[in-house]
Write a protein that binds this ligand. Structure first.
Ligand SMILES: Nc1nc2c(ncn2[C@@H]2O[C@H](COP(=O)(O)OP(=O)(O)OP(=O)(O)O)[C@@H](O)[C@H]2O)c(=O)[nH]1
Length: 244
């Protein structure tokens, strides 16, 4: 009996849609704080990492479960565009900081590059102007962010991760919902990216811990392993000459 229940659980999990999201943006705009806020409802003020982090969690959106993988893309390598996560992702969240004009410029370049890279299969994008609580330091007007979003067909919101804007949740939920609809129109997932290699971060050696209360995990991405199978497949699909 236990075996049957276990088997059913495994089948349910296997049938669950899986959505992958890449969170990108200039350094210090609040990508990590945003990701942790959305997945755990908590705010982590100081957060340093020199590698991409992958969060996995099962969420319930519109009353049905969805397996979500969010990669918080490290901006430590500023000179290099994060190509692999973009090939890997089903959707992208681009973050800038309303107190930094440079971060908007960077976000603009990122959005353009995502469009280029995924030109044969555009992915939904969400543009977020973070740190809206710092109005007195504002360098980017709301209309600038909105215009950029309209130009590129993204959803757009100004938010404050620190102040826990409710828009964070509605924006992510909407994006996930959109991705799930896209996935359900595809016949089958052509490949699996369960090839996640990494080290579970414990309390003692990292800033982030597994959120067991919500069944979430976070792993350090060993980039080549994380993205390899899916990136290769995408590249084979979309650009015949590309290779890793
Ligand atoms: N005032 C304010 N500060 C914020 C907000 N969100 C994040 N921060 C702060 O901004 C700083 C950077 O946040 P992170 O989440 O580390 O930013 P990041 O984009 O992941 O940075 P990198 O890891 O360098 O790429 C931290 O000191 C956060 O506490 C916000 O909404 N308002």
């Amino acid at each position: 009996m236990i075996d049957i229940v276990q088997k059913m659980k495994t089948e349910d999990k296997n049938n669950m849609p899986k959505v992958r999201i890449a969170v990108i943006g200039k350094s210090n705009v609040g990508k990590s704080a945003l990701t942790v806020r959305y997945l755990t409802r908590r705010y982590i003020g100081e957060y340093r990492s020199n590698t991409d982090l992958l969060y996995r969690q099962t969420l319930t959106i519109n009353n049905s479960p969805i397996e979500v993988e969010v990669v918080d893309v490290c901006s430590c390598d500023l000179g290099r565009f994060p190509e692999e996560p973009i090939y890997w992702a089903d959707a992208c969240v681009v973050v800038y900081d309303i107190t930094s004009k440079k971060s908007l410029t960077h976000a603009t370049e990122l959005i353009q590059k995502v469009h280029q890279l995924r030109s044969q299969h555009q992915i939904p994008m969400l543009l977020l102007g973070n740190k809206a609580d710092l109005e007195h330091l504002r360098e980017v007007e709301e209309i600038e962010g909105r215009t950029l979003a309209v130009q590129h067909g993204c959803q757009f919101y100004e938010i404050s991760v620190a102040e826990n804007s409710s828009l964070i949740y509605s924006a992510f939920d909407l994006l996930l919902s959109e991705c799930r609809s896209v996935l359900s129109t595809q016949k089958t997932r052509k490949f699996s990216v369960s090839k996640m290699i990494g080290t579970l971060i414990g309390n003692n050696n990292g800033k982030v811990t597994s959120n067991t209360s919500q069944g979430g995990t976070v792993v350090v991405c060993q980039k080549s392993d994380l993205y390899k199978s899916r990136v290769l497949k995408r590249r084979h699909n979309f650009t015949a000459t590309a290779s890793l």
